[in-house]
Design a protein around this ligand. Structure first.
Ligand code: RTP
Ligand code: MG
Length: 148
């Protein structure tokens, strides 16, 4: 069982796509174990994308991610990290396959709707960054009883 961080980036929030994006993950069978909407501070976003800090697009990436509210989610499931990356599609939304979130909903390289952790190490770092509180991620068991 793995946990991974998903961000609905500012373009997804502005375009009213958060519900659709979450629905795709839920319908796939991933379990939502944490969620919040915030306009995150620049320092946190720089830490989040620290692997890219030498890249030319780093300032514009951090600026974009801080330009408006972002929805952060923690999702849980078997191989959740790879499953989420598969559902997201390629980084450049124009090249992302139909059926993926980026492939179906976007046309942009840099405003590409979603982020998903790319390894177990990144997931651990990113979940601690976006959900630092001890009670922010919830262990819960799906109900197997019939509703009455
Ligand atoms: P993410 O980290 O946001 O989940 O996206 P990713 O793994 O698919 O792509 P990554 O290589 O980690 O790049 C992070 C984000 O930076 C922007 N980007 N712009 N202009 C460019 O060459 C360029 N390359 C990357 C994208 O927004 C990408 O999602
Ligand atoms: Mg990445």
């Amino acid at each position: 069982m793995e946990r991974t961080l998903v961000l609905c980036k500012p373009d997804a929030v502005q375009r009213g796509l958060v519900g659709q994006i979450l629905t795709r993950f839920e319908q796939k069978g991933l379990k939502l174990v944490g969620m919040k909407l915030r306009q995150f501070p620049k320092e946190l976003l720089e830490q989040h994308y620290s692997d890219h800090k030498e890249r030319p697009f780093f300032p514009s990436l951090v600026g974009f991610m801080g330009s408006g509210p972002v929805v952060a989610m923690a999702l849980e499931g078997i191989d959740a990290i790879a499953v989420v990356r598969g559902l997201m599609g390629k980084t450049n939304a124009r090249e992302a396959a139909p059926g993926t979130i980026r492939g179906d909903l976007g046309m942009s390289f840099s405003n590409n709707l979603v982020h998903g952790s790319d390894s177990a190490e990144s997931a651990a770092k990113e979940l601690a960054l976006f959900f630092p509180g001890a009670d922010e991620l919830v262990d819960w068991t799906p109900c197997t009883l019939e509703w009455s």
